[in-house]
Structures are given as C-alpha cells and as structure tokens.
Write a protein that binds this ligand. Structure first.
Ligand code: UTP
Length: 409
C-alpha cells in the first residue's frame, strides 16, 4: 500500500492520526506502518458507535440436565473406558489458549512462563504438560497438543518449550499457531499508535482460535490424523485436567455435540459465567447478565437454578466447528489500559482505562452448538486459575490448591 492509498483509506475512516509521525520515520519503518494500516479491520470501529450486540441475549432459562459429581462417580468406569478408547484411536486433541496478554498478572513474558515454584522451578506451562502427561500415561497414546499464541508472545513461547524440551512431551505431537490481532482505540473510536511506526493492536480474543487454527492448516492436519474432538483449555488454570478420558467418554456416551467442565457456584453472587439455555440452545451468561431473581432462583430440590460456573474447559467436535465457521461471533468491546504515543510524540503508559480493545470469546461458541453437556468437577481438584499476583484467583490461591493436591512446589 502506498502512502497516498493509506492516506485516502484513513481519511475515509477518520483515522489520519495514524500517519502523524510518518515523515519522521525511516524507509523500513514507513513500509512497516503502511503494511499495518492495510491490515486493519476498520469494521470493528463501528462497534464503538453502534455498541456491541453481546447484551442482546435471547430468553435465558436454566439447563435441563447436567452430569453431577455423583453421576460421574457412578458411571466413572464406563465413561473412562469410552474416553480411553477414543484417545487411543487418536480422536481427541487438546488445544491450549495461550495468546492472551495476561495483563492482570503483570509479567511481560507469556503467562505460561511464570514460575510458581518455591523450592524449585515449576512453570505454569510445565504444570499443564504434567497434567496432560497423566493422560498419556493412562492411555499409552500421545494426545496431539495445539498451542495458540499471539504475535506478541509467540517467539518467547516457542523458544521456552524448546529450551525446556517440551517438559517431556513428544514434540511431534505439538503444534503452535498464532492468533490474529485487532486494533485498540480511544473511547471515541480513534485507533491508537503504540509507537510512531506501530499501530496499537492486541490479540483478538480467545474466540478467534478456530479461524486461526484453520488458517494455519492445522484443522486439515488434525482431521487427516483422525482427530474428531478438540478440548479447549486456558493457560491459567494450573489444576486443569485436559483430554480427560472420563469427560470425553461422558460426552460421547450421551451423544452430546459439545461439553463444558463446570463447578458448582460457591455462592449465588460468585462472579463466574454460568451455563444455561438461551432460546433453548446452550449458552453462557456472565454473572452480570443474570438478573437478581435469576441469581437466587432455586429448583424444587433447593439447588440454584443457575448453578454451574464454567472454567474454560470445553469439548467441541471439529465437524460442528466447521459447520459454524461462517457464523460470526459477537465482538465484545472491552475497556483496557492501552499504552500509546501522545500528540507530542511521548510514550504514555496510562494508569487507568483509556480505550477499547475488541475481542471474540470462546464461550460464545457454545451457543452455536446444538447441545452442551455440563460436566461437574470438584473445584478444589480442578480449578486454580491464576489471573492476579495476589488476592482472588491468584498465584497465592493456586499454589495453596496445588499443595493441597499433593504437588510439590
Ligand atoms: P483472559 O480472559 O484471562 O485474558 O484469558 P488474558 O489476556 O490472559 O489476561 P488479562 O485479562 O490481560 O489479565 C483466558 C484465556 O484465553 C486466552 C488466555 O491466554 C487465557 O488462556 N486468550 C485470551 C487468548 O488465547 N487470546 C486472547 O486474545 C485472549
């Protein structure tokens, strides 16, 4: 794209501020900036004017059924046998979402490189691989592992895995792919410059995983290997059990088209998304989308009607994901602190939120599926998210839970 083309494109969208420092740049910086401008999805900026559509939910009702911890205990052998068989046949893959910025943790390295060890090194990535290796040992089969990064953390992540010999995982079963980026803008919808020659962008949310997975050629590769089910999981839950044979078996046995690990809410006010039905189809509502009445609504047995919180561990079929590839996910507009170059050319690191990022979320994919099994797990065994350094959902709380589960740190 030439300077003239970029200028007229930016004029059309009212974004000429991106060329403010153009004359100060050297030739390669100029080329780089023009290329970035040519790649911007300007359509996203309309959302700032129009507002996101996420709040336009359909009719929310409680789930009809779920597999409770007691049900799982009763059927454990049957489900596990079915899951082990599917894994042995190579039908199950795991996919780690590791493209996030982890801003709340405040480390400038990928979150998975965070060391939670006390007497020795124990990295978040290492804990996740250990958990997956349990399945490899149980089934005698390697589970293909796909790792999504972003252009901000890909090199660090790939190099770290190489340096640590994949923590004992077989590298032939590991593929990395990079998710796409979205621009970051002021509250008025003006895209920020992160540096004089860099448009401010950030990863486009974890809902972008399937499109990026397809674009990287990995969906075809997975299908060629016979993969039918993909277990998506987050980087931050160090107690995460992925490609869990019992979970996989329960979904297959029930003939479900998707499944989600869930935990019983600790209290009605707990700030987690809950699995429910929306217009009769599975869906996840955020805690703030539940009305006061819904939050406290109970069933005949006294249990909360909206009881099951999601923990970012989902099973999808490749078949259904491909069917829905053309269906756009809702884009969420999220307020964030966005570093930028001000009108005097100074780099600014804001103390408070100063603009919007645009993200799609994997949880919105659940609503595209015909049904979703809610599979309840014991919170104290499987849910230790690391979002913050201290306090709620932090390094401290995760360490305490790992120790409680017999992990040496
Ligand atoms: P979070 O919602 O916790 O976001 O991601 P984050 O970016 O990691 O952390 P904060 O909000 O900046 O502190 C949940 C999961 O989704 C992944 C994250 O890596 C994590 O596993 N994710 C998030 C992506 O893979 N890509 C994204 O664009 C966003």
């Amino acid at each position: 794209m030439s300077y003239e083309q970029a200028k007229s494109l930016l004029e059309k969208y009212g974004q000429t501020q991106l060329l403010k420092y153009y004359d100060e740049l050297n030739d390669s910086q100029k080329q780089s900036l023009l290329k970035q401008i040519s790649e911007i999805d300007f359509g996203l900026l309309d959302l700032v004017k129009d507002g996101e559509t996420a709040s336009e939910k359909g009719v929310i009702t409680p789930l009809d059924d779920a597999v409770s911890i007691q049900d799982i205990e009763k059927n454990k052998e049957k489900y596990t046998a079915i899951g082990v068989d599917a894994i042995k046949q190579g039908k199950v893959a795991a996919l780690l979402l590791a493209g996030g910025m982890g801003t709340r943790l405040g480390s400038d390295k990928p979150k998975g490189m965070y060391n939670i060890g006390e007497t020795k090194d124990v990295y978040i990535f290492e804990m996740l691989i250990r958990n997956l290796l349990d399945v490899v040992n149980q089934t005698g089969a390697w589970v293909p592992l796909y790792i999504m990064t972003s252009e901000k953390n890909n090199d660090d992540t790939v190099n770290f895995f190489k340096e640590k010999n994949y923590f004992g995982y077989d590298p032939d079963y590991v593929d990395f792919f990079v998710q796409e980026m979205a621009p970051a803008a002021t509250f008025d919808g003006k895209i920020y410059l992160e540096e004089k020659d860099r448009v401010s962008t950030s990863p486009n949310g974890n809902g972008g995983w399937f499109i990026s997975f397809v674009k990287a050629g990995l969906c075809e590769k997975a299908k060629a290997k016979g993969v039918e089910y993909i277990n998506i999981f987050a980087v931050d839950n160090v107690c995460q059990r992925m490609a869990d044979p019992c979970f996989v078996g329960a979904m297959i046995d029930g003939g479900y088209r998707s499944a989600s690990k869930v935990v019983s809410k600790a209290e009605p006010e707990e700030k987690v998304g809950v699995l429910c039905l929306e217009d009769g189809k599975p869906s996840i509502v955020e805690y703030y989308e539940l009305t006061e009445d819904m939050r406290y609504e109970t069933r005949d047995n006294g249990e909360l009607a909206y009881k099951y919180g999601v923990i970012l561990n989902y099973l999808f079929t490749i078949e259904d994901l491909e069917k829905n590839l053309e269906n756009n996910l809702v884009v969420h507009i999220v307020k964030k602190k966005i570093p930028y170059v001000d009108e005097n050319g100074n780099a600014v690191k804001p103390e408070s939120e100063n603009g919007y990022k645009f993200e799609t979320l994997v949880l919105d994919m659940i609503h595209m599926m015909d049904n979703c099994l809610a599979y309840e797990v014991v919170r104290e065994k499987e849910f230790a998210p690391i979002k913050n350094k201290t306090g709620v959902d932090s390094v401290d709380t995760a360490k305490a839970l790992l120790k409680q589960n017999g992990v040496e740190l």
